[in-house]
Design a protein around this ligand. Structure first.
Ligand SMILES: NC(=O)c1ccc[n+]([C@@H]2O[C@H](COP(=O)([O-])OP(=O)(O)OC[C@H]3O[C@@H](n4cnc5c(N)ncnc54)[C@H](O)[C@@H]3O)[C@@H](O)[C@H]2O)c1
Ligand SMILES: O=C(O)C[C@H](O)C(=O)O
Length: 314
């Protein structure tokens, strides 16, 4: 009898891709195929074999393989795209747009040729524009192309609030709306600690400081690392999204979704609250926004649209 395990391919075996592959295998979410360019085939195989040799220690019955051949990804249930370049100190995520858009197109063509039914999760920056690029190139329905930003941005917000209040991270709820850039919109009205509104627990000054640190959270890590960008929290965020899909969990998670009128926007991929399950993005949740929140969101939308104008021509 054959084993009917889920298959998850991770494209890009760099810091985030390799960490995502490891976390996915540790959680026994399915067999993992790690893919990088032909020049990196041996190191990719080596990383995958090293992860596989950790499975007996973890008690995780999954296979992990490394390759540069997309035939090995055939029939994937979920494909996570982390391929591309990361920013260096002094750069913005948007400076990566041209190089990474071209990588997205070639990766997407190979992914879709071998896994026409998969859900794709895009991490590569600038994430909103890269998710749009993958959507257009794939020809997939919008629910099966999802971008990652909100789980990570919200996790940063939760971390800072938890540290400030000395309360478990498990009890902090937050929601970050908008593009994955410095104009993202942490929604304080929808944030709480164990149901208690944050405005009851923190001064406006402290809330403002946490919002600002969250917005610049990626840059803070880039500055500290000196080369490359964050990967542990991004990989944990991707793993949570993969889990929601392969276990059909119907999780309410913020993700980069294709908007067709929601939040007053169309033909745009943007971070919004969504329900994620076996069919990918199964619903977009529209929150009522105050005038001030709407203005912050409009600013974030304008930033994302200006990056999209810099996308290379079809
Ligand atoms: N959306 C987010 O929240 C978020 C978070 C973290 C990182 N990122 C982005 O994810 C990307 C990857 O980050 P990283 O830290 O893992 O970078 P990294 O440099 O460690 O890894 C990138 C990998 O992609 C590979 N690659 C390049 N072109 C490829 C191709 N055509 N096919 C297959 N593989 C290819 C490289 O060989 C490298 O191994 C960056 O663009 C980064 O900005 C986004
Ligand atoms: O900041 C970056 O360049 C990487 C990523 O988008 C992050 O938020 O950590």
């Amino acid at each position: 009898m054959g084993i009917n395990r889920r298959k998850i391919s991770v494209i890009g075996a760099g810091f985030t891709g390799a960490t995502t592959a490891l976390m996915t295998a540790q959680k026994e979410l399915g067999d993992v195929v790690l893919v990088d360019v032909p020049d990196m085939e041996d190191p990719t195989k080596g990383k995958a074999l090293d992860m596989l040799e950790a499975t007996p220690v973890e008690g995780s019955d999954v296979n992990v393989t490394g390759t540069s051949n997309y035939e090995d990804t055939a029939g994937s249930d979920v494909v996570v795209i982390t391929a591309g370049i990361a920013r260096k100190p002094g750069m913005s995520r948007d400076d990566l747009v041209n190089t990474n858009a071209n990588i997205m197109k070639s990766v997407t063509r190979q992914v879709t040729a071998h896994s026409p039914e998969c859900c794709i999760i895009v991490l590569t920056n600038p994430a909103d524009a890269m998710t749009y690029t993958v959507y257009k190139e794939s020809g997939f329905p919008k629910n099966r192309v999802i971008g990652q930003s909100g789980v990570l941005d919200t996790a940063r917000f939760q971390t800072f609030v938890s540290q400030e209040l000395g309360i478990s991270v498990e009890d902090i709820q937050g929601f970050v709306l908008g593009g994955h850039g410095d104009d993202m919109v942490p929604l304080i009205r929808y944030s709480n600690a164990g149901g208690v509104p944050l405005t009851k627990l923190l001064s406006q000054e402290r809330i403002d400081a946490i919002v600002e640190r969250t917005r610049k959270g990626g840059g803070e890590i880039v500055g500290l690392l000196g080369s490359g960008s964050a990967y542990y929290a991004p990989a944990a965020s991707l793993t949570k999204m993969v889990e929601a899909i392969v276990k059909d969990k119907k999780r309410v998670l913020p993700s980069i979704a294709y908007l067709e009128g929601e939040y007053g926007e169309s033909d745009l991929y943007l971070g919004v609250p969504t329900i994620i399950g076996g069919n990918g993005i199964e619903q977009i949740i529209e929150l009522d926004l105050t005038e001030e929140e709407r203005a912050s969101l409009s600013k974030s939308v304008a930033s994302v649209r200006s990056v999209m104008e810099a996308l290379p021509e079809e």
